[in-house]
Design a protein around this ligand. Sequence first.
Ligand code: PMP
Length: 405
Amino acid sequence: MDWHRIRSDFPILDQQVNGHPLVYLDSAASSQKPRAVINALSHYYQHDNSNVHRALHELSSRATDAFEAARKKVARFIGTATEDEIIFTRGCTEGINLVANTWGVQNLRSGDVILITGMEHHSNLVPWQLLAQRTGATLKHIPVLDDGTLDTAAVEMLLTEQVKLFAFVHISNSLGTINPARELCAKAKAVGAVTLLDGAQSTGHMPVNMLDIGCDFFVFSGHKMCAPTGIGVLYGRYALLKAMPPWHGGGEMIASVTLEGSTFKEPPHRFEAGTPDIAGVIGLGAAIDYLEAIGLENIQRHDTNLSNYAMQCMSEVPGIRILGPQSGHRGSLVAFHLDFAHPHDLVEYANTYGIAMRGGNHCTQPLMKRFKVPGTTRASFYFYNTIEEINRLVEVLLAARKFFT
Ligand code: PMP
């Protein structure tokens, strides 16, 4: 693979920041966009822009065709049984809230357990806290071990028949841990629990296949996999979606309306009220085409090489503590704490050298408490990053030591 040529598909990367070449190491927060996606958005607005599903004129039918073609692409990309299992959302957060407010409200009662893990992003924690308050269900979590993996003994103990929902992250955005999704979903199924997998950090970084993983719900955000912001996906197993009540009411989700009441469309349209982010959906389709042309296995291999290399070089920086698994297969990010600098100060210092990283709690405050750190600095990689950029990061970390001490 010619990764340097692939990198040149991303115009934003070719710039100087504070007099240095930009080193973008914040893709776990949001990825950059290739020209193919930017052009698809521009083409849509220049040629086909119109509302979908509503009119019989040429532009509307072009927009509708492109919109529904993207739904088919997503279904193929994540290996679902049918495209009717794909609901467009604003992102992971909205997808999880949709499940909590529909399936959750309909199915949970006092005495039921919602099981999560101690490494969840706030978006896979707070909606369940709200749901527990509303329904009287109890929220429990599987603890995280010192090495950043889940406590498997606790999984056996906690995954009981009281558990109605088991929601967990596929790849942790704060540790890089890859959870054994297929195995955990099978265990949950054995006790009759429904599963929700947060695919924010896995989708677009590795092949994901719903039928193979065996989860009931899956969420991801387009902006973390080369697509625009504001668009994401909720996958739900069709039998579950069909039994779920609507959440948002409005145009396009109804079958018929009278002043007295309404009936609703079948999924997925029942869950897509109002005008959707049409350009975002088309951009997501373009991102999928782009990623598939490179190959998800190739992307995964390259990401893994980058993060293995980074782990190796960064672990030699004096005073560093890297969170998460120290060896083995891990996601493409390294989150760390330096004993001589607060993460916010370090991120600002690195920025003066053109390096973009994220410092803070990464929307995982309970995890920061668990590891007794005020926050961490996170360097996260995608296939457009290079070994030279990691070398540059290590140089700047070594210089930071002199600067801060
Ligand atoms: N889960 C994980 C693991 C994430 O990393 C993120 C984004 N940081 C989210 C959920 C939420 O995604 P979004 O803000 O796009 O809804």
